[in-house]
Design a protein around this ligand. Structure first.
Ligand code: 5GP
Ligand code: ZN
Length: 116
């Protein structure tokens, strides 16, 4: 498993920085966003360090596949039966601030109809 020194989310996965964990398995870690933008705001990340969507490739895509299996389970567990939004910001134009691939699950309210 590749991890990165000086990566905030690698440190959270390793338990070096505390987080409110909502899910963990061999491939995937999920935790509450520290600055929630919706009543439910969860970050779902691969346990391997992948810098962004741009770094997903045939070698590591199992992590992306596992993340997409887990997202509906978390959504159901958190009661998001009326819907939710999944976002991954990639690069400066998308305002990516943490350079470890992550998917935001946003829900628990009626979200804006425009995404940007
Ligand atoms: P981005 O802007 O890269 O798509 O999203 C990064 C997210 O990470 C932001 O929503 C931000 O609130 C969240 N975040 C940044 N630092 C921490 C932290 O230390 N703990 C947690 N739980 N979330 C964080
Ligand atoms: Zn990382």
């Amino acid at each position: 498993m590749k991890i990165s020194e000086n990566c905030l989310f690698c440190a959270i996965i390793a338990g070096k920085i505390p987080s409110t964990k909502v899910y963990e398995d061999e491939y995937v870690f999920a935790f509450r966003d520290i600055n929630p933008q919706a009543p439910t705001h969860i970050l779902v990340v691969p346990k391997e360090h992948i810098g962004s969507m741009d770094e997903v490739n045939s070698e590591n895509s199992v992590f992306a596949a596992k993340i997409f299996e887990v997202i509906p389970k978390i959504a159901a567990q958190k009661g998001l039966a009326n819907g939710y939004r999944v976002i991954s910001n990639c690069g400066p134009d998308a305002c990516q601030t943490v350079h470890h691939l992550h998917f935001h699950i946003l829900g628990g309210t009626q979200l804006a109809d425009r995404m940007a």
